[in-house]
Design a protein around this ligand. Structure first.
Ligand code: NAP
Ligand code: FE
Length: 362
């Protein structure tokens, strides 16, 4: 077994403020990469700016990253960062700005490269990245992945380079005023990471340990998704569960539900977490009988009595989709060609079983 997780993580109240000296010390000028609105509303952007100013580190803000960032958006942000002379990158937001920040850090470092470099299998250096998550889903603050939309291929794909942030500053307070839909969609993405990583070809006792504890912590806070009045600690719990699940997928990568989700996101604009969550009951249902004790353990740890109850949960909080037969066929045929995702499944899955997973989404 082996396990590698090089990101320095602080999870605490006022994490950015408490560790701003370290954050500001990665270079002379930061490129802050974020989305249009939320980091201004939840205070994360101001916390980062205050921290950089306190230690006299210059910065420039690029705040035009949208959901499911494209390769072109990354190239635009990188050109801006180069022009500004940035020598490190601070990503603030959900997975979209954090992933964009990693890809931008690669492009800025490799000055004259074109966008093709993102998907080339060559070893390249990148600028240091600091990650400040504001959703509870992707775990991008502790993963080496940067998932971008490749418009010409009508799909999403992680870039070829593995870029762990140097520093992750995790604070549940940024979630407090988020709409329930953002909390739900992202918490369900984290759930997908736990389950796909646990039932993954590359899972080891190290990664399963992270998944198991992530499930326990997630289960403690899941009432929030059903509309239970949140306890103060629930926001931190959801973020913690997301980071733990991120560490697990850093080791294993994600599995089939993520592979299938990209079709729904790219073709039908379904948010990432929802697109993943809809396939999770189906994935558990096609696991061979010998996995049953582990499936029961996972569901109980999360707070579900049975697979049926779990399906009820995903349908209640995520809704259903209205997929046509043609769409279902395209999705299954597409994933059946994706050897990487098929290899992630720890048994020989058939096309019929993938159809079965999809039928639970309709
Ligand atoms: P996101 O796409 O980053 O953001 C979704 C929406 O939530 C945006 O409208 C954003 O607004 C808003 N938002 C973010 N934080 C908020 C807050 N605290 N309060 C209110 N609104 C908030 O969402 P995400 O689900 O976190 O990230 C999804 C992306 O991550 C996908 O591209 C997915 O493929 C990728 N992903 C990456 C990994 C990885 O390991 N790197 C793993 C799984 C998924 P603004 O635009 O205004 O900020
Ligand atoms: Fe995900």
């Amino acid at each position: 077994m082996n396990f590698y997780m090089p990101t320095m993580v602080y999870q605490e109240n006022d994490a950015v403020k408490n560790h701003s000296e370290q954050m500001a010390g990665y270079g002379k000028k930061a490129l802050v990469v974020t989305g249009k609105h939320s980091s201004k509303q939840n205070g994360a952007l101001q916390d980062v700016i205050d921290g950089l100013e306190k230690y006299h580190t210059a910065y420039a803000v690029y705040d035009r990253i949208t959901e499911n960032p494209t390769v072109d958006a990354v190239m635009e942000a990188a050109a801006f960062g180069q022009q500004e002379g940035a020598d490190f990158v601070v990503g603030i937001g959900g997975g979209s700005p954090l992933d964009a920040a990693k890809a931008v850090a690669l492009v800025i470092q490799n000055r004259d490269s074109s966008k093709e470099v993102l998907y080339q299998n060559i070893s390249l250096r990148h600028l240091p990245v600091v990650a400040v998550p504001t959703t509870c889903g992707t775990g991008s603050e502790v993963t080496p992945y940067a998932v971008l939309t490749r418009e010409e291929l009508q799909t999403k794909q992680s870039i070829s380079h593995l870029i762990f942030p140097e520093l992750a500053l995790v604070d549940g307070k940024y979630l407090k005023n988020a709409p329930l839909s953002v909390i739900t969609n992202t918490a369900v993405d984290a759930l997908g990471h736990m389950l796909e990583s646990y039932f993954h070809t590359r899972a080891t006792d190290y990664s399963r340990m992270l998944c198991q504890y992530a499930m326990e912590v997630w289960g403690m806070a899941a009432g929030v998704l059903f509309g239970t009045e949140p306890e103060e600690e629930d926001y931190g719990r959801l973020m913690f569960a997301s980071s733990l699940a991120g560490m697990a997928i850093s080791h294993t990568s994600t599995g089939l539900p993520h592979g299938l989700s990209y079709y729904l996101t790219c073709r039908k604009a379904v948010p990432h977490g929802k697109a993943v969550g809809l396939f999770l009951p189906g994935y558990l249902s096609v696991l061979p009988e010998e996995y049953e004790p582990q499936v029961i353990m996972a569901l109980r740890t999360l707070g579900f009595g049975s697979l049926g109850q779990f399906l009820g949960f995903t349908q209640e909080v995520l809704g259903t989709l209205g997929l046509t037969e043609q769409e279902e066929q395209e999705m299954v045929e597409g994933i059946a060609k994706n050897q990487k995702k098929l290899d992630a499944v720890p048994f020989a899955i058939t096309k019929e079983q993938i159809y079965q997973m999809c039928s639970m989404v309709r």
